[in-house]
Design a protein around this ligand. Structure first.
Ligand SMILES: [Zn+2]
Length: 241
């Protein structure tokens, strides 16, 4: 974990900073400036949540830096208790949400392929292949690939931190909920997939010192490995049956 002197990050340049604001009285704060780039270190402290959401959707690296370093990392460090730690809880919750949304994605595609919902056994097999096998490969490639070929910031270098970064940056999957309410063509699923990939790439860029191109290629490789693994699994199952 980072030292107390660099507990937070400047959202503009990523430079470490000890504190983001000074509070004089309730509601009266002064935002600190970054020593390196001389701009306000984290303007999102005073912004509405909606501004942060819009900037995340627009893939602004400063919004990702605020979320990953100045919110997520701080919560997981500050809320540690005797019963485990907050990161563990957040990791499980986001993993369950991620898997549930991925399972729903499978159902949408299965329904579109067959013109209706197929049998229960078929659904279970497909969900196992796409959700569990596919994501196991996805996360393995991400974690092994990132740790071996990219330089990760020390605060987020553990495999659990990396998993959490990938899960949180896959928030685009929430938009699949919209498909429960409104009728969309199933191809929208692939548009959501593309945004998940690009969001993963921005998060990777923020936690590493790599170029955008390298991060996009890394994410593309992980998602391609997931796709190939699920196809291979299906092919093996069809040979056995
Ligand atoms: Zn700065």
């Amino acid at each position: 974990m980072g030292s107390e002197a660099t507990k937070y990050r400047c959202v503009q340049c990523g430079h470490g900073i000890g504190t983001l604001f000074v509070q004089y009285s309730p509601g009266n704060i002064r935002l600190m400036k970054c020593e390196r780039c001389k701009s306000v270190a984290d303007e999102y402290i005073e912004c509405e949540l909606m501004i942060l959401l819009i900037d995340l959707i627009l893939h602004k690296t400063k919004a990702y830096r605020h979320l990953l370093y100045n919110v997520l990392l701080q919560e997981t460090v500050d809320c540690e208790d005797d019963f485990g730690n907050a990161e563990q809880g957040l990791l499980w919750k986001s993993a369950l949400g991620f898997l549930a949304l991925d399972a729903y994605r499978c159902l949408i595609l299965a329904e579109a392929e067959g013109g209706g919902l197929p049998s229960f056994t078929w659904i279970c097999r497909k969900i196992f292949a796409d959700v569990f096998v596919g994501n196991f490969i996805l996360f393995s490639v991400f974690i092994v690939g990132v740790r071996s070929s990219l330089t990760i910031q020390a605060e987020l270098s553990r495999w659990k931190d990396l998993m959490l970064v990938i899960l949180i940056s896959s928030y685009w999957k929430i938009f699949l909920f919209a498909m429960m309410i409104w009728e969309f063509p199933s191809s929208v699923v692939f548009i959501v997939d593309a945004f998940v990939l690009s969001s993963n790439a921005i998060a990777l860029k923020v936690i590493t010192d790599s170029t955008t191109k390298r991060c996009i290629m890394g994410c593309f490789a992980a998602h391609a490995a997931k796709f190939l693994a699920t196809q291979l699994w299906k092919w093996c199952c069809s040979r056995v049956v």
